[in-house]
Design a protein around this ligand. Sequence first.
Ligand SMILES: NC(=O)c1ccc[n+]([C@@H]2O[C@H](COP(=O)([O-])OP(=O)(O)OC[C@H]3O[C@@H](n4cnc5c(N)ncnc54)[C@H](O)[C@@H]3O)[C@@H](O)[C@H]2O)c1
Length: 270
Amino acid sequence: MNFKNQTILITGGAQGIGLSLSEKFSDMGANVVIADKHKGTANIAQKFGGFGYVCDVTQEEQINSFITFAEQTLGAVHCFISNAGTIFVDPDHVASASNKTWELSWNLHVMPHVYATRRLLPGMLDRKYGYFVNTASAAGLLYQIGDAPYSASKAAAISFSEGIAISHGDEGIRSSVICPQYVASNLLGFSNPEDAKNLEGLLSPEVVAEKVFEAMCREEFLILPHPRVQKYLSKKVADYDRWIDGMRKLKKKSIDKRGSAKPLDILHLV
Ligand SMILES: NC(=O)c1ccc[n+]([C@@H]2O[C@H](COP(=O)([O-])OP(=O)(O)OC[C@H]3O[C@@H](n4cnc5c(N)ncnc54)[C@H](O)[C@@H]3O)[C@@H](O)[C@H]2O)c1
């Protein structure tokens, strides 16, 4: 697939992976429109030659307005990258996060993908052409120790992305799901992408964007910027019980060595 002159919408585009993807696609000749809750989104987009729209992606009517803005500005949308997200940390045990946190995780990591697909799919089916890309996480494939709402919602995002591919792949609709492991963005408390150079397994948002772009050109469904995730996933599928044992050992190692098993502790051990 060639993205030159295509209209690509990217949520969570004001920083991190979303911004790097926006810059990459813009460099490759696409017309990029970003949405983010960040007030300076339009100015951020202007810097790479795109358009920006302030929007809370948990609200269906705001996603619809974002898409209408993009269509009125640039015409038909070819590709929607639903990428906005955040992490949580279990306060105590696996079910200890509040209902409010669980609801936010679902409303941020699953429903925006559904809203965008609901709004764009009919037109794309008429044109027999469209591409939906959802940023999930390796946590959705492998579980993020210390963050149950994040892991469960990202697993659901992977399932919904599979649904798009299976239900509409024969009708000209493409679907990919991006499952990075650790990325040096604000989400994990990294303000400098260069930090990725100092920690094994940590990728900069720019490197992730490069890998995602290449995989999308090949129209790959499962996009794994960290190759080792494929290895872990193969082990999980081959022997689920052994994989659970391994994850328990990792949790214990984290508590022994770092005093806790929160997502950022695990980053230093994998
Ligand atoms: N950083 C990682 O290690 C990592 C790993 C795997 C997956 N991911 C996923 O990648 C995606 C991007 O994360 P990132 O690392 O670039 O994080 P980031 O915090 O740098 O960027 C996330 C962006 O989403 C925006 N956003 C959050 N909630 C929003 C809302 N309700 N409406 C509109 N915009 C909203 C934020 O303002 C921010 O600009 C997320 O879905 C995240 O779960 C990140």
